[in-house]
Design a protein around this ligand. Structure first.
Ligand code: ZN
Length: 314
């Protein structure tokens, strides 16, 4: 069977102030700031991208920072935690580092025989760092974070559901995922070659309230696919099953389809090409405000509405 889904591609969340967001993800977590653009559906709002050196699929965290916007609430029908991977023996470094920025992680916990820490970003978005010896992806080295402790990319994401049954059916029967582990009310699936960046966890939590969208919540999670051909092939499979899937949409750095999974979370499938060097060099990633062609005529007006951002490496 042809591989149609490789694993995670990106996670997009809603944030408050853009500068606070940059300080957290580029400054404190040390991800590379790879693209400064606007929300293509609302160009008065930034769309900020972070990732590894190249913005590789499986490392890309993106935000719509709306400025003054009410906080959301974590709950069912949401992607509740985004987990990044760090090398083994790095959690002590991160506990100390986060505390120096007034972020207090919960004490380290074990899950699937792995240790992890959990904390919220400045808007209340749930983040985890999972310590693993099984991630060979190169780290982006930034600020005062030593290479041996730096974040490698995504590890897994947690989909929180009232009942995961229909989402499990979607992941395993249409989206080429397989069950790899189960612990308590958490089931772990993987796609493609598997491993860090290709996991998805489903947490069944019937007692929990439904989540509310707002700052500090995930807007959607995107899965990677190789090409327009594989994107259209997965689209066909989803449409046949009855999902209300959008047509292929050009997102400048990838081509996408969107649909809502049975538990209510917005899913996207995005192509790996063309990637983030399509409109600026690898060295220059994230340094200029990039606009798609159709907004270039309005650049002056768009820039007037956006506050200047400073990348402060900490
Ligand atoms: Zn997306």
């Amino acid at each position: 069977m042809e591989t149609l889904i490789n694993g995670l591609h990106h996670v997009t969340a809603i944030a408050g102030k853009p500068q606070t967001n940059v300080d957290f993800y580029a400054g404190i977590l040390g991800l590379r700031f790879i693209k400064k653009t606007v929300n293509f559906d609302a160009p008065d709002v930034y769309h900020l991208y972070y990732g590894d050196e190249n913005g590789s699929p499986g490392s890309i965290m993106t935000f719509f920072p709306f400025g003054h916007i009410q906080r959301g609430r974590r709950g069912n029908g949401q992607m509740s935690y985004t987990a990044f991977s760090v090398p083994e023996n790095s959690l002590g470094f991160w506990m100390e580092r986060l505390k120096t920025f007034n972020i207090t992680p919960e004490k380290p916990q074990q899950r699937f025989n792995e240790e992890f820490i959990r904390f919220d970003d400045n808007d209340g978005l749930g983040i985890e760092l999972v310590a693993t010896s099984n991630d060979t992806r190169p780290a982006w080295v930034s600020g005062s974070i030593p290479q041996e402790h730096a974040i490698r990319g995504f590890y897994t994401v947690a989909l929180q559901e009232i009942s995961g049954d229909r989402t499990i059916d979607l992941l395993t029967n249409q989206m080429q995922h397989r069950l790899v582990a189960e612990e308590g009310n958490r089931m772990r699936f993987e796609a493609g070659l598997g491993g860090a960046g290709a996991f998805v966890d489903i947490i069944g939590n019937p007692e929990e309230k439904r989540g509310l969208q707002g700052a500090g919540t995930v807007h959607h999670v995107a899965f990677g696919t190789n090409s327009d051909d594989t994107l259209l092939a997965i689209r066909e499979i989803l449409a046949e099953k009855g999902f209300d899937v959008t047509p292929l949409i050009d997102r400048q750095y990838f081509h996408s389809i969107y649909f809502r999974e049975p538990g209510g979370i917005l899913f996207e499938v995005a192509t790996n090409p063309p990637g983030f060097t399509t409109d600026e060099s690898k060295e220059a990633l994230g340094t200029a405000l990039k606009l798609p062609e159709w907004y270039e005529a309005k650049r002056d007006l768009i820039e007037q509405h956006l506050e200047p951002l400073e990348i402060r490496l900490l």
